[in-house]
Write a protein that binds this ligand. Structure first.
Ligand SMILES: Cc1ncc(COP(=O)(O)O)c(C=O)c1O
Length: 380
């Protein structure tokens, strides 16, 4: 933590436009040396520090990069023969049979398709406000009514209020855990009994896109509820901790009948390099844990800065932090952009709060400097 702050000051004493332009590239090269670094410069873009999309700037595991390099010359082939192996590996990891798994072009495709399947006029979808809206948005486009349940004062899901919003017309209850944009996690025992009770009446969808970034994946995942036969779906993605957002791959774990119905509506087609990268990532036994620890270090260092600046923040468990700036978000975004940092979009109704993703240590040094300048006494 300390060394990040110290680095920030040193960095900015000698920073120039040129140094900043090279920062993203050098930090990525340092963070995760690739087997063939000549490919990386084309992929890494110099420019402002991108902390707006909750990507993992540490990048994919070296095993995934190697697998993609090895397979690049085979991309004239369709990926179909590789898919069953990946599904088998995922199913083993989840402790279910392969007919529980639906692969998607990102977990986003799964959210969209599941939403389209469950939607219909005269029905409702319950989700949190603020929260990730892809599934509820897909249902609303098909005529469902969106019921947004405000988070509690700690910016966590309010399970009691969500349960109270259920009516005979409810088509789905969606929770994102940790929640995007607030990063908060729900007490696992409470979430488990909520999901068991609610799923007796209504399908429950739990989006665990960020759960591998949390302090305790095993204690918090609701995958066990799918294994136990409840009407609960859990989704995961290779876009976050696995650092493969560009490869567009995610999956859902759900009851086989439901999986069959969702699969029948999927229209996307996953790509060969995504499949081999995902397979190699799952076989890399150390990547998730080392990456999780790096993300946690970055998160803790950012919290130290926010405490120093007396900013309120939601207790984070993802690869991002949601904090109160005291400024209209558009104005805060513009000030951060002027300091070469891109932060996330507004999340109504919390319009003086900001979501910022955890970048590499070098990227975070730029962000810390910007925050101190804008929100510290010098910036006030
Ligand atoms: C909570 C949540 N779920 C799902 C997604 C979709 O990600 P992807 O389609 O890359 O898997 C995102 C993307 O940011 C997200 O934040």
């Amino acid at each position: 933590m300390k060394s990040h702050a110290a680095f920030s000051r040193r960095q900015w004493l000698r920073s120039t436009g040129a140094a900043l332009a090279g920062l993203t590239l050098t930090s990525r090269l340092k963070a995760n040396a690739a087997p063939t670094p000549e490919v990386i410069p084309a992929a890494a873009s110099a420019g402002p520090v991108q902390l707006s999309l909750n990507e993992n700037p540490l990048g994919p595991s070296n095993a995934a990069i190697r697998a993609m390099h090895e397979q690049a010359a085979l991309t004239h082939r369709y990926p179909f023969s590789r898919v069953p192996g990946l599904i088998r590996t995922i199913a083993e990891q989840e402790g279910v049979s392969v007919d529980h798994i639906v692969l998607g072009v990102g977990s986003g495709e799964l959210l969209e398709t599941y939403g389209a399947l469950k939607a219909g006029a005269k029905g409702t979808v319950i989700s949190a406000a603020p929260g990730y809206m892809q599934l509820a948005g897909a249902m609303q486009r098909q005529g469902s009514q969106g019921i947004r349940v405000p988070l509690n004062e700690r910016l966590e899901h309010d399970l009691e209020a969500m349960a109270a919003a259920i009516t005979p017309d409810t088509q789905c209850v969606y929770l994102c855990n940790p929640n995007n944009p607030t990063g908060t996690i729900v007490n696992p025992a409470k979430l488990r009994s909520f999901a068991i009770e609610v799923s007796k009446k209504v399908p429950v969808f739990i989006d665990e896109a960020y759960l591998e970034c949390s302090d305790d994946f095993a204690a918090n995942t609701m995958g066990g509820l799918v294994r136990d036969g409840h009407n609960v779906t859990v989704s995961r993605t290779f876009s976050k901790i696995y650092g493969l957002a560009g490869q567009r791959l995610g999956y859902g774990v759900m009851q086989p009948e439901l999986a069959k119905a969702v699969r029948a509506l999927m229209t996307g087609s996953i790509n060969l390099l995504g499949v081999v990268a995902a397979q190699a990532s799952l076989e890399d036994e150390t990547y998730v844990e080392t990456t999780r620890l790096k993300i946690k270090l970055g998160r803790d260092a950012l919290l130290t800065v926010l405490r120093e600046l007396n900013c309120r923040y939601a207790e984070p468990q993802g690869n991002f932090v949601f904090f109160q700036t005291g400024l209209p978000i558009e104005s805060f975004q513009a000030k951060m952009r002027a300091e070469h940092v891109v932060v996330a979009r507004p999340f109504p109704p919390l319009l003086d709060w900001c979501r910022i993703s955890i970048g590499t240590p070098d990227e975070m040094a730029v962000a810390h400097h910007a925050l101190r300048k804008i929100l510290g006494s010098a910036g006030a």
